[in-house]
Design a protein around this ligand. Sequence first.
Ligand code: DAH
Length: 347
Amino acid sequence: MLEKLEQLGQEALTALNTISDTEALESWHSQYMGRKGALTGMLRRVGELPKEERPTFGKRANELKNELELAHQARQEKIKTLEMEKAFTAGAIDVTLPGRPVQHGRLHPISQTLRRIYQIWADMGFQVYRARDVETDEYNFQFLNFPPHHPAREMQDSFYVDGESIPNEESVVLRTHTSPGQIRAMREYCPEPIRVILPGMCYRAEQVTARSEMQFTQVEGLAVGPGIRMTDLKGTLTSFAQRMFGEGRPTRFRASYFPFTEPSAEMDVQCIICNGAGCQTCKYSGWLEILGCGMVHPIVLRNGGYDPEKFTGFAFGMGPERIAILKHGIEDIRTFWANDLRFLEQF
Ligand code: DAH
């Protein structure tokens, strides 16, 4: 029996040393060491031996069991290392393959237009002033000379946050234009002179169509100082238009109405598509409207803290979407915020 035991031990060890994967190792373990394994079977047969041989056999069998368990453990470690090495070789990176191309992002067409606008105004000494998107009725309308029931409010269908049917000065509204920023800038800088542009998103409860969106950007401008005149407005805005649309591009001013300016005007540039001959884009007028402007109304100056006897100013407001539409011949304003890469990647 003892001899058989030694033989079994030898056989188990030899078998163990040929094993090179976890699966085979597991079946080796159950074959020899498991509950129904060969060594376990032998240990059970100790009772068949004469009494005096039992201790020697038992001792040796237990020793052998420990030896095999140790050998098994060592083999397990070895296999782990082998398998890891194999995985490394299989998954190795081939450094000679071409790399995956990096996807280049780009600026949104409106961001590009805004940057161009900032640049031109910066050259003329205007700095960017950021005002809030969420306003009160007082700033969005009343300080700008739109009294509560003024019909000019109807040009700007608003998103009222608190749903009041009759707006009062504390009603919260998403700004319908960037003009309330004029009041905020004036109140911050008064009594210093001002030259700022105020860019940002505006919101209107509009029927969304190819021509109007319920959110869009605007760039407001404001210059306040002693002795600023209508000729300053005309010269400054003409200079802006020439740089934005090309040197020598004809411009014109048309009388208009805004509650916060007096006199008020709209500025047109000669159609950049047909050069004034008349086309679909300019509705056969030869001109494209690009902004509203005017001399800051005395009431608005006073609401900003300035004495209208000593200070005057001009203001303007333009829509970068409209400018981008004209420059690139874009047909539908909704494409700007629809997040379609096929459109955005063209810029
Ligand atoms: N706030 C006007 C609008 O949204 C645009 C505008 C017109 C702004 C004339 C001005 C201005 O500052 O002087 O329609």
